[in-house]
Design a protein around this ligand. Structure first.
Ligand code: MF3
Ligand code: CO
Ligand code: CO
Length: 277
């Protein structure tokens, strides 16, 4: 087993899948309002992926070893839910923050991205955690270029999270992605700069830090999927799918509705596609 290097044709397919995943988030944005249920958001996204985009929702019936098949088409993680929240009957209420995680399969290739959404007006703590977590993701992405080490990504994320008083979830990580949903390498969101494999142009993986306002400890709910913080403090996550290039990176999961890219990301280490949303 090793990290696959995608060729030009494969990269083009990943660009398409990545953009489509991001466009699902654009589509669902106006529906994320007080009173909507996470189950309704799942149904809307499912129908958009299948009927409008001609995509397969990758999470539906996804069954990694040791897991029951995932029952829905997207993940909806609310407030203290860390990741893999299963959509259901619960209504979103003003002040909630929710991560919507979308993975599409288009012509056999996967695009995987998530964003945080405010339901009504967030309180100051929720807004700060959401914004710092967004910056954590981009601090990690900014380390990506051929010749860098995989561990540089996690080190940058951990440093920025902890200097802001937050903790990094260790049990879940980013992942290689392509014809498989999850492939090598595992992209840790913590660790040591200079550790791990050397990055090569053509590698594609996600960067998807889960950052907690309280302690880093998590536990799994009885549904076998939903992960929550043990202390019930707030958790946030953002995710992009990223291509390694000779000079830096190209973010594959951008679209018209992607939030502004932080000012510390410059054209010096990103290809134009990553900086023009
Ligand atoms: N999209 C998630 C990720 O970023 C994985 C969800 S697996 C599921 O890797 F089965 F819960 F959908
Ligand atoms: Co992912
Ligand atoms: Co995802």
């Amino acid at each position: 087993m090793s990290i696959t290097i995608k060729n030009a044709q494969e990269i083009e397919k990943m660009r398409i899948a990545g953009r489509l995943a991001s466009e699902v988030l654009d589509y669902i944005t106006p529906f994320v309002k007080p009173g909507v249920t996470t189950g309704q958001l799942d149904k809307l996204c499912h129908d958009y992926m299948v009927d409008v985009q001609g995509c397969i929702p990758a999470p539906l019936h996804y069954a990694p070893p040791g897991h029951a098949p995932y029952p829905k088409s997207i993940c909806t993680s609310v407030n203290h839910q860390v990741c893999h929240g299963v959509p259901g009957e619960k209504k979103l209420k003003p002040g909630d923050v929710v991560n919507l995680d979308i993975t599409v399969i288009k012509e056999g290739w996967h695009g995987d991205t998530s964003r945080m959404f405010y339901v009504g007006e967030p309180n100051i703590q929720a807004r700060r955690l959401t914004e710092i977590t967004y910056e954590c993701m981009w601090k990690g992405i900014a380390m990506v270029r051929a010749g860098a080490h995989l561990g540089d990504i996690g080190a940058a994320i951990q440093k920025y999270a902890e200097m802001n008083g937050y903790t990094v979830v260790r049990e879940f990580c980013g992942h290689g992605i392509g014809e498989k949903f999850h492939e090598e390498p595992q992209v840790l969101h913590y660790g040591k700069a200079g550790s791990g494999p050397v990055l090569e142009a053509g590698m594609i993986f996600t960067v998807e830090p889960m950052i907690n306002a309280g302690r880093r400890d998590i536990r799994m709910l009885g549904d076998g999927w939903t992960v929550v913080t043990k202390d019930h403090a707030l958790s946030a996550q953002w995710e992009h799918t990223v291509l390694v290039t000779e000079t830096g990176f190209e973010v594959l999961t951008l679209s018209a509705g992607s939030p502004a890219i932080p000012a510390f990301i410059t054209a010096a280490n990103a290809t134009p596609a990553a900086v023009i949303a």
